[in-house]
Design a protein around this ligand. Sequence first.
Ligand SMILES: Nc1ncnc2c1ncn2[C@@H]1O[C@H](COP(=O)(O)OP(=O)(O)OP(=O)(O)O)[C@@H](O)[C@H]1O
Length: 250
Amino acid sequence: MTIALETRGLDKSFGGLRVTRDLSLKVMQGARHALIGPNGAGKTTVINQLTGVLTPNSGQILLEGSDITGLSVHKRVLRGLSRTFQINQLYPDLTPLETIGLAVSERMGRGGDWWRRMGTRSDVNAEIAEILSRFHLLDVMTELTSTLPYGKQRLLEIAVAIAAKPRVLLLDEPAAGVPESERHDILAAVAALPRDVTVLLIEHDMDLVFSFADRISVLVNGGLLTEGAPDEVARDPQVRAVYLGEAADV
Ligand SMILES: Nc1ncnc2c1ncn2[C@@H]1O[C@H](COP(=O)(O)OP(=O)(O)OP(=O)(O)O)[C@@H](O)[C@H]1O
């Protein structure tokens, strides 16, 4: 199996605080990989280094074997590494149909074209319909994004990222703030993406993690405590003691 995304000896400090410690991670092509750890373990800091928002003090990041450590956020996106947009980056006055239409057209280099010829391109229309359907947005596709329930807005964030056709998708708590009854739908839509999209997920909700992931890495104090298949991680006494707590029911 090929490695989609890899870190080698990644290290990051904020002043005297070492937040990423000699972190070597491998995310395999097609994986549904989760990065978990207690509050403050450094998960978001890892994602920010992967996307290029933060620069590591040392170590390397490789995307499909190429060193991308020095590349800008934008260049990483062009290479196929995307994270979800946050709700406040969505256009509140557009509908999901318009938002995904714009995102697909922009990826095709035809952003302006979409506005002039909205809805007339059958190839674009088919792709928009597929994405809206995959993320349960067909029923609200003509409503303004600002009026959508929170869960639908979070699905739209992921749908926008998918419209860019990423090879690797990074998700930082995509279901945070969503009512419990809708959280599984969000992760199920992501898990059901074609396997040519590799997914690395940060998530606090252990039910979601264990239903989504086929591989789990556990971060503690910026370093890798352990990693493995979900059942191995769930059984690991170190994980139970340090992260989940003895009482955790996993
Ligand atoms: N820009 C920054 N400057 C200084 N310290 C920071 C900065 N960003 C994060 N930290 C610190 O780095 C540590 C790791 O933070 P990070 O947000 O990566 O952890 P996390 O595992 O994502 O936490 P949570 O699960 O609570 O979101 C924390 O102690 C945090 O206070």
